[in-house]
Design a protein around this ligand. Structure first.
Ligand code: SAH
Ligand code: SF4
Ligand code: F3S
Length: 443
């Protein structure tokens, strides 16, 4: 009988990619995925540590799973529980102290060892913690993919050396590391063979990518994009998340020269105030960011931007916040995420003077969200009447519909035959809804 695996994924797209790879690893151990923890023999919680009481939320989820496990055991069946991801990395041994029923605690750099850990658990009930940063990269030891969605993720770079003062990523994901060019290229080819028509290249700082080439030189993200664009049938390439400092001229030029490179860039800025940017250790000023945006738009005039913002960073004044609003006005975003500053244990900003109250953070967040939402809706309205290429990835909201993404990442719903699933179709946009576009097949 095949064993059942339930994976719950939190956090960024890199966790989504990692969960897919863990599914491949555990497939080798005879596990097939299922839709609920109730059916599962093994539950994996793939966690995120970026904001708020991340660890506490994981512990309360684990409490619920333990209740399920006790019930199972009363029926003579077992449930095994593994915690992976950035909370696993941050908590390590502390996790099994607070939740002794957790069988495995596995950090993001150790997923290739998950198969052996699960095998040992099944054979000898050996619980384990694996939060090492091994010398051998997990990427060399993970099995090849066995399936792919039409829009696939491919992690090319991991970790971060930037140490923004608010951020846990350098601690949970470790030092910046780029996968060799040949490995990335081979994985991209495989994903395309398996049906991928779009690949999003992933990294915490993906544009810092500098993978080793066969000739010993280094391949930049711009060069990687150009080389991947030569793969027949790969119609779309995206990359995320970028740091403004690593946005080099070659990558910007690629937006002008590579039609497969989609005209949508997620480029977090966090704040529009130079004083706050310095306190965040972002190592650029607001005007440097504006210049990068201008260069991108010079390269490709229809480029749409997305961003991340933090409001209520320690010491942020009304004047600092006004500069963030000004930057938003100057740039004009198609989409953005904004967050209340959340002190993360162990990061420098958590100990900065001038921590702000939740009321101030809430007020600023509401003002920023309102502005960003106005921009987003205005941008979406400009799509009505236009014909956009949409990669039809899945069934739509209504029967007879398919849904997919526009070049600018809109969810688009369209009446279309199932035979078009997995292909790019020209769609005329007829309406902009609050969270999606509706269209009809253009030809
Ligand atoms: N590597 C990316 C983003 C990584 S985390 C970059 O450099 O921009 C994703 C987003 O979470 C960040 O852009 C930031 O806006 C937000 N974030 C990270 N730490 C945070 C914290 N302590 N409080 C609030 N938001 C945070
Ligand atoms: Fe975190 Fe800054 Fe690195 Fe982004 S660049 S992952 S925000 S430390
Ligand atoms: Fe979260 Fe770790 Fe990604 S903290 S955002 S899952 S890198």
């Amino acid at each position: 009988m095949t064993k059942k695996l339930f994976i719950k994924t939190y956090g960024c797209q890199m966790n989504v990619y990692d969960s897919a790879r863990m599914t491949d690893v555990l497939g080798g151990q005879g596990y097939a995925t299922c839709a609920t923890p109730e059916e599962a023999d093994l539950v994996v919680i793939n966690t995120c540590h970026i904001r708020e009481k991340a660890a506490e939320k994981v512990y309360s989820e684990l409490g619920r799973l333990n209740a399920l496990r006790r019930f199972r055991r009363s029926e003579g069946r077992d449930l095994r529980i593994a915690v992976t991801g950035c909370v696993a990395q941050a908590e390590g041994g502390e996790m099994q102290r607070r939740a002794p029923f957790v069988d495995l605690v596995v950090g993001p750099q150790a997923y290739h060892r998950l198969g052996d850990l699960v095998a040992a658990l099944e054979a000898t009930k050996t619980q384990a913690i694996d939060t090492e940063f091994p010398v051998v990269s997990k990427f060399d030891a993970l099995p090849a993919q066995t399936s792919s969605a039409a829009a696939a993720f491919l992690t090319v770079q991991e970790g971060c050396d930037k140490f923004c003062t608010f951020c846990v990523v350098p601690y949970t994901r470790g030092a910046e590391y780029s996968r060799p060019f040949a490995d990335v290229h081979a994985e991209a080819e495989r994903l395309v063979e398996l049906g991928a028509r779009e690949i999003t290249l992933l990294g915490q700082n993906v544009n810092a990518y500098h993978g080793e080439r066969a000739d010993g030189g280094r391949c930049s993200l711009g060069e990687l994009v150009r080389r991947l664009a030569e793969i027949p049938l790969l119609q779309r390439i995206r990359y995320t998340t970028s740091h403004p400092l690593d946005m080099d001229a070659d990558l910007i030029r690629a937006h002008a020269e590579v039609p497969a490179l989609m005209p949508f860039v997620h480029l977090p800025v966090q704040s529009g105030s130079d004083r706050i940017l310095a306190a965040m250790n972002r190592r650029h000023r607001a005007d440097d960011y504006r210049r990068v945006v201008d260069a991108l738009r010079d390269a490709r005039s229809d480029i749409a931007l997305s961003g991340d913002f933090i409001v209520g960073f320690p010491g942020e004044t009304d004047a600092d916040f006004a500069e963030t609003l000004q930057l938003v006005d100057d740039v004009g975003y198609a989409h953005a995420y904004s967050f209340k500053y959340s002190p993360r244990p162990g990061t420098p900003a958590a100990d900065h003077d001038g921590q702000l109250t939740d009321t101030v953070k809430e007020e600023r967040l509401a003002a920023l969200l309102a502005k960003l939402e106005t921009q987003r809706l205005a941008f979406d309205k400009t799509m009505v009447g236009r014909t956009l290429d949409v990669l039809l990835e899945r069934g739509g909201r209504k029967p007879g519909q398919l849904a997919g993404r526009s070049p600018y990442m809109h969810a688009v719903h369209v009446d279309a035959p199932k035979s078009l699933l997995g292909s790019v179709a020209a769609v005329e946009v007829v309406a902009a809804n609050p969270n999606s576009l509706t269209g009809r097949l253009a030809r």
